[in-house]
Ligand binder design. Structure first.
Ligand code: MGD
Ligand code: MGD
Ligand code: SF4
Ligand code: MO
Length: 678
């Protein structure tokens, strides 16, 4: 038996474990007792992360659509066709007629290579990834206020803080090893404030649980800031020495009295005051947030308020403090770091900045690189649907299920002259493709993932890929070569990391030799630098912290007589997004086998819907059948659905309206009505 130390392929917590294999087959997972995050534990997805790897549904050969059906082909045929057809589309419609979707499931090296392929070989900045649907509001909001969009503190800071404020994060289900660390801290006296109208597990252990209306975080946070300033709880010294634009912030929150905030949020004024005192009264307080904050048409404003609240109380740059956006996918932090973003190279270096462009062009051996930012993923889907984008190369994403408004997503994908999908399974999206390329999964390749606390960790090959599947790195490099570019030949993944280090200041000191055993948190600028667990200690990345005042905007679709309920969507503990991996893992699928809708008992009684009854959920965009789960997890007037299930897909209902600044969709609020099945 062989044990291979590697990183969990599911969430951004970044637990490391050993894959146990026997005779070339994975047979189990063993936790790593010394790893600083997992510390001998794993959640149920981690324990089962070996099971999908050998599933018979794995893609084993390239597929090409002939006479309407996908048929097995050789790599030679498939790669030749990809290059030929991409070039054709560019000749016909211009170089920006293509979009590359990168993958937060793939390694740093693979994300870097796909963005190099897009920019150096195909000369377009049209590259993005699922961070657009996820923390793009964070990247925009924290870049403006702090200068860096990453989690400011380390996960271990949970052990040394006085108050934890969790807002819009179902931490025990979605970042389980962080959730359990919070629970441990609470057991030993740390106070907990939760703002989320679902009665999530952490809420049951909170000193105060705020069940405010969906989309009313700006009124809540402004109300708290008003109380903090009015009661003299602000950190005057921190504001004076470390920040700018405080006067404007103070003026903007002054009208948000607890009474006004209460009216907008549906909370009691006394609870808003209590929340403000609890957070601001702590010597050290940490904020954790996730999709409840970012996935709104005012997501960036929510993030700005969170940044302001932390700066107002001096809770930045010290142990046990910070603004901590929990990054979702195993390598979504890395996808962003590597520049799988339409406006940025690796290390958040702007494509619009001539010096950066020249440096990357010189390193990549091309005469020039495109200077205008490309399309965000969500805007690319709009462009495809409008017939203005003609080809998409999708590596490791399943937008037909994960994008808002499935009807719109389907139209966009079906409109394309060329759709190439590179995945480990024949997903709903891949089934629409003209060419499908079979990829190796995390257990079958070398590379690195960067977790939510910026820790760059080694992913190691435990077994061979099935059939002719190849690593994303191999496939991307083969495409580059066939397109006539000779700057993408590497002996192995570590050589790619060496190139990344020369072009990416945060990763400047990172090399594979240094990552043993448990990685290094960036920034790590030089080979002798130990890494940086806490950001913004002496100064903010941008210099002074910037207070950005906001004004309140409601979610775009409000309940009305026809669609009287608010639908909010999210996740469950057992499943992962579009279910490609977890629904092929027997132990997980058994726990949560199908689509459901959480509905408050009051609403159920009013509509005479019984627990487990099948019902119809209808929005302005579509309708689905699902099963009612009558529960006080949700508040009256709000229903919740996970988006994991192709049958009963929540994204048939959601609204494709975007935050104007971050282009994130409003996944967290749309209006629906329920009907009993005839
Ligand atoms: N098991 C599992 N774990 C996962 C994932 C998975 O699919 N399955 N996905 C990963 C990814 S990519 C991500 S991004 C993370 C997401 O992690 P989370 O953000 O924790 O998960 P969600 O279920 O999307 O939403 C979290 C909470 O937001 C609340 N919420 C909804 N609307 C609002 C609002 O207006 N304001 C506030 N304050 N709260 C609101 C919901 O009630 C919900 O409890 O999880 C990661 N971890
Ligand atoms: N309604 C609603 N919709 C949402 C959200 C929500 O809260 N509500 N959340 C949004 C968020 S935060 C996110 S992050 C997105 C996620 O959206 P997606 O990223 O589209 O969802 P996944 O199912 O994680 O897709 C990852 C794909 O990568 C494949 N894969 C796994 N490993 C590898 C690999 O090594 N190589 C390759 N090439 N492929 C691989 C998997 O089989 C899968 O098809 O969903 C978004 N959609
Ligand atoms: S907490 Fe996240 S990283 Fe850790 S085992 Fe669970 S899914 Fe994997
Ligand atoms: Mo995400």
């Amino acid at each position: 038996m062989k044990r291979t130390l590697t990183v969990c392929p599911y969430c951004g917590t970044g637990c490391m474990f050993y894959l146990v294999s026997d005779n070339g087959r994975l047979i189990g997972v063993e936790a790593s007792s010394t790893h600083p995050v997992s510390r001998g534990g794993l959640c149920v997805k981690g324990w089962n992360a070996f099971a999908f790897v050998h599933h018979p549904d794995r893609l084993t050969t390239p597929l090409i659509r002939k006479n309407g059906t996908l048929q097995a082909a050789t790599w030679d045929e498939a790669l030749e066709l990809v290059v030929e057809r991409l070039a054709q589309v560019q000749q016909r419609h211009g170089r920006d007629a293509l979009m590359f979707a990168s993958s937060a499931k793939a390694t740093n090296e693979e994300n870097y290579l796909l963005m190099k392929l897009a920019r150096a070989v195909f000369q377009t900045n049209n590259i993005d990834h699922c961070a657009r649907l996820c923390h793009s509001s964070t990247v925009t909001g924290l870049a403006e206020t702090f200068g860096s969009g990453a989690m400011t503190n380390a996960i271990s800071c949970i052990d040394e803080t006085d108050v934890i404020f969790v807002i819009g994060s179902n931490t025990t289900e979605q970042h389980p090893l962080i959730g359990s660390r919070i629970m441990n801290a609470v057991r030993s006296g740390t106070r907990l404030l939760v703002a989320d109208n679902r009665r999530i597990r952490l809420a049951r252990h909170a000193d105060l649980h705020l069940r405010h209306r969906n989309g009313s975080d700006v009124p809540l946070l402004c109300g708290m800031m008003q109380v903090i300033i009015a009661e003299g709880l602000a950190d005057r010294e921190f504001i004076a020495t470390r920040t700018e634009n405080y006067e404007a912030l103070a003026e903007s929150v002054a009208p948000w009295t607890p009474e006004r905030s209460a009216a907008e949020t549906g909370l009691e004024a006394a609870d808003i005051i209590a929340a403000a005192r609890l957070y601001a009264g702590a010597k050290r307080a940490m904020i954790f947030y996730s999709m409840g904050i970012t996935q709104h048409s005012h997501g960036v404003d929510n993030v700005r308020c969170i940044a302001s609240l932390a700066m107002l109380t001096g809770n930045i740059g010290r142990p046990g403090t910070g603004v901590n956006p929990l990054r979702g996918q195993n390598n979504v932090q890395g996808g962003c770091d590597m520049g799988a973003l339409p406006d940025l190279y690796s290390g958040y270096q702007k494509v619009s900045e001539p010096l950066h462009r020249q440096r990357f062009a010189a390193a990549w051996g091309v005469p020039a690189l495109p200077d205008t930012p490309g399309l965000p993923l969500t805007r690319a889907m709009d462009a495809a649907s409008d017939g203005k984008l003609f080809a998409m190369f999708i590596m490791g994403e399943n937008p037909l299920l994960s994008d808002p408004d499935q009807h719109h997503a389907r139209k966009a994908l079906e409109n394309l002259e060329l759709l190439v999908v590179q995945d480990i399974f024949l997903t709903e999206t891949a089934a629409l493709a003209h060419i499908v390329l079979p990829a190796a999964c995390y257990a079958e390749k070398e590379g690195t993932f960067t977790n939510t606390e910026r820790r760059v960790q080694r992913v190691r090959k435990a077994v061979e890929p099935p059939g002719e599947a190849r690593s994303d790195q191999d496939i991307i490099c083969a495409i580059a070569q066939r397109a006539g570019y000779d700057g993408m030949t590497y002996a192995d993944a570590s050589e790619v990391m060496d190139e990344i280090a020369t072009l990416t200041p945060h990763y400047g000191g990172i090399s594979y030799e240094r990552l043993d055993p448990h990685g290094i948190p960036w920034p790590c600028p030089t080979p002798d630098h130990p890494g940086t667990p806490i950001l913004h200690q002496q100064r903010f990345t941008r210099g002074q912290g910037h207070f950005s005042p906001v004004s309140h905007r409601l979610p775009q679709e409000q309940p009305d007589a026809d669609y009287p309920l608010v639908l909010t969507t999210g996740r469950t503990y057992f499943h992962w997004h579009t279910g490609t991996m977890t629904r092929r893992t027997h132990l997980l699928d058994r726990e949560e086998p199908g689509s459901f809708l959480e509905l408050h008992p009051d609403d159920a009684t009013r509509l005479s819907i019984r627990h487990r009854e099948r019902l119809l959920v209808i929005s302005r965009r579509g309708s689905i059948q699902t099963e009612a789960r009558v529960t006080s997890m949700v508040i009256p007037g709000v229903v919740f659905m996970p988006f994991h299930f192709a049958e009963g897909a929540a994204n048939r209902l959601t609204n494709n309206v975007l935050d104007p600044e971050s282009s994130i969709p409003e996944f967290k609020v749309c209006a629906v009505r329920l009907e009993k099945l005839p």
